[in-house]
Design a protein around this ligand. Sequence first.
Ligand SMILES: Cc1cc2nc3c(=O)[nH]c(=O)nc-3n(C[C@H](O)[C@H](O)[C@H](O)COP(=O)(O)OP(=O)(O)OC[C@H]3O[C@@H](n4cnc5c(N)ncnc54)[C@H](O)[C@@H]3O)c2cc1C
Length: 353
Amino acid sequence: MQAEKAKIQENVPLAPLTTLGVGGQARFFVKLRSVRDVEDAVAFAQAKRLPLFVLGGGSNLVISDQGWDGLVMQIAIPGMDERQEQGKALFEAGAGVDWDAFVAHCVARGYAGVECMSGIPGSVGGTPVQNVGAYGQEVSETIVSVLTFDLGDNRVRELKAAECGFSYRTSIFNTSQRGRYIILRVSYSLQAEAKPSLRYADLQKYFAGRDGTPSLAETREAVRKIRASKGMLISPGDPDSRSAGSFFKNPILSASQHEELTRRASERNLQVPNYPALSQQRKVSAAWLVENSGFKKGYVKGNAGISSKHALAIVNRGAATAADILALKDEIQARVEQIWGIHLEPEPILVGF
Ligand SMILES: Cc1cc2nc3c(=O)[nH]c(=O)nc-3n(C[C@H](O)[C@H](O)[C@H](O)COP(=O)(O)OP(=O)(O)OC[C@H]3O[C@@H](n4cnc5c(N)ncnc54)[C@H](O)[C@@H]3O)c2cc1C
């Protein structure tokens, strides 16, 4: 039986398809469940010369109030496969699979490598884009390859991990080759019978004093609890989770910039916090910079605000527009730059601005 063709809709509101809940409509919108669907949708957009935007779970986006005057393709390719390879398991998942459901599946099967990234919202296909990471793990540590549709020549192409240019919150997909590849499937190599990764201070504190190593399932539960306490787990009842996660990346400083920051901090009788997970790469906590620039948790600016649980999350307080969100972003960036001489780079993708 031939699968039904994906239906192209017109004037579809995008805000409900994002976790932040702001933004206008897509001129055209289509949900794609197969590679064939992707090919058809690309042909439609190219014939009409429409700009394309690829949407996953909408958890790392600020969509402009004008929306997207082109075709939004939501990738909903399903499926999870598992293959054994020399003591490791190769898990291949469709780009449309919910990331946390994928992590839950791997943890339940007893494989380590993604457990600390439990509770990150969004799709499997979204994870290579900014090399998603949390609590000491990044997807670049386990991704083996990414199957893509290359808009450069309209062909399906497999990229090995080494070709993806992964580093902190970065890959070719959000830098040099942005807009070129549609991610179709991702393969992760996970370790059987391995201990969970407990590199991060919050996790070590959670398990402090207990005997024996926690299981993968216990680690997953701990991560989800810690995330919930910070408003970093999407929960319908928690207004602090109506966000795009961390709004700013932790800046990586040069030696002289770091010296200057330390000098400015001591002028104010402050000490730049030294988190082992950050300081190795001379990364500074963006949350510390924001909080020490006069923006406390719970700060309110009209319909936008800062989460009451995490200084890095800008939240939609109910009726915010994209303009409200960006006005607060601009205010934070300007104040941090004025006080600390550091430019904070937004983490979410700004769409249609
Ligand atoms: C409460 C909360 C907590 C968060 N915590 C974390 C965290 O701990 N660590 C972290 O790294 N991130 C975190 N994020 C950010 C976000 O969840 C991740 O970046 C996630 O991987 C985005 O995936 P998505 O499917 O929602 O992508 P979207 O938001 O839909 O898209 C993001 C970008 O990826 C592109 N994209 C998405 N899917 C595809 C595809 N199939 N092919 C090509 N391009 C694609 C889009 O075009 C866009 O440029 C958090 C967000 C929220 C709301």
